[in-house]
Design a protein around this ligand. Sequence first.
Ligand SMILES: *Cc1c(COP(=O)(O)O)cnc(C)c1O
Length: 464
Amino acid sequence: MTTHTGTATRSTQDWQRADAAHFLHPFTDFQSLARKGSRIITRAEGIHLHDSEGHRILDAMSGLWCVNVGYGRQELVDAATRQMQELPFYNAFFQTATPPAIELAELLAQVTPRQFQHVFFAGSGSEGNDTVVRMVRRYWDLLGQPERQVIISRNNAYHGSTMAGASLGGMRGMHVQGGLPIPGIVHIEQPYWHALGRSQSREAFGLQAAGWLEARILEIGADKVAAFIGEPVQGAGGVIVPPDSYWPEIQRICDKYGILLVSDEVICGFGRTGHWFGCERFGTRPDLMTFAKGVTSGYVPLGGVMVGERIAKVLIEQGGEFSHGYTYSGHPVACAVALANIRLIQREGLVERVHGDSGPYLAQCFEALADHPLVGETQSCGMMGAVLLVKDKAGGEAFPEALEVGMVCRGHCFGNGLIMRAVGDRMIIAPPLVMTRAQIDEMMALIRRCLDLTWADVRRNGWA
Ligand SMILES: *Cc1c(COP(=O)(O)O)cnc(C)c1O
C-alpha cells in the first residue's frame, strides 16, 4: 500500500528503507530492526491505530502510556492551532510569562494535592526528574545541610533516559551504558511480591520492602540522605502494583528521618490509577511530583515538577536565583494543549469513570485471566494491567529467560491487531482512559486469543 503525507506518496518498503537509512530509534537494536523493517503507523482515531499496510490495531498502551483521552480529539488540535497562530513561542527566562503557562500553573495547583501550589515546567519526564535532582540538592544546600546529597531509588524503576533520569532509574541495562548512576544515587530492592515475597502475605511483604528503605537510610546515615523517589506503580518495570501496606510505611519512614518524598507520576498522574494522582491512591503526601505523558495526552511534549510548599517556601524566600531551566519551560503551545486536555478530563469525568466503572471492570476482566494455564499472576490498578506468563502455574516457576516467551506473545499481539507490551514475561497494558466497557471486552478477547496462541507454541515446543 502507499501512504500519502503532506509531501509524498510512498510505499511501506520505501518508508522502511528511508527509516533504516537515517532514523536511529530509541531503545532499539538498530541492525535487527533494519533487517525486519519498522511498522509504519500512519493515523489513528479513538483507541485504534492504522498502519501503512491498512491494518487496524487496538492500542492498549495509549501510545506510550500517554494518549489518555484517545486519538483525534479536536479540542486539543484547536487549542494548539489557536496558540500557534497567536503566539507560537515565548520563553519564561527574561522576567516574562505567557497566558497559557500561567493558566496551566494555576489549574495544576487546583487538580494536584493541596501541598502543591507551584510548578516548574520542563519538556519531558526525564527533564522533570533532572529538575528534581537539582531542586532537592538545592533545597538542602539552602537549609545549610549540603551533605544531604543521596537520593534513594529502587531497582527496576524507570525515571527517564537523561543522565539523571537513567541514574535514578534502576535498570541495569541502562546503567552499564554510559557509566551510570551519577554519584549520590543508590537503589534498594523493589516491592515486587511475586518475584521477592511469595513466602509471605502481600501485606507483610509490603512492610518488609518498605523496611529496606529504613535499613539503607541507617546504613548511609540519615544526615546524608536527601530524598526517596518512586513511581506509585512501577510502569515500564512491568506494571508492578505494590501491596497496600507499602507506601504508607514509606511515608512514615521519610517523615521519621525528615527525608523528602518524590512521587514520579509521569504514568500514574492525571487519572491513570482512578485518582487524579497515584499518591492519592496509595496514601502518600509527596514533597515533589514529576509529571509528563498524560498532562497533554501526548499530543505535544510537556513535563514538569509540582513543588510542595515545604520546598517552594525555601526556594522562594531564601533562594536567590535558582540556576536551572529549559528553553521550553512553559512552552505556550504545550501549555495550551495541556489546559485543553485537563479540562476535557474534567468535563468527561474520566478520573471518576476509571475509579468507579472502567477500572473495576478491567480489574474483574484481568482477575478472570487467572484461570489460563500460562498465567501465574494478574494485577491491575485503574487503567493499567499486567499478566505474568509462567512455566509452572502451580509453583509459579518462571520460563528460562532465553526462551523470550513474552516476545512470542507480543508477536501474536502484533499479528492479531493488538498493541500489548512485554516486559520480560510480564504482558502489560495501559489503555486510553476513554475506553468503554465494550472496548474493554474487545481488548480482552484479543488478549485471550494471544495467550491461547502463545500457550499452543509453548506446548508445541515442549517448554512446559
Ligand atoms: C516515561 C517515564 C519517564 C520519562 O519521561 P520522558 O518523557 O520519556 O522523558 C519518567 N518517569 C516515568 C515513571 C516514566 O514512565
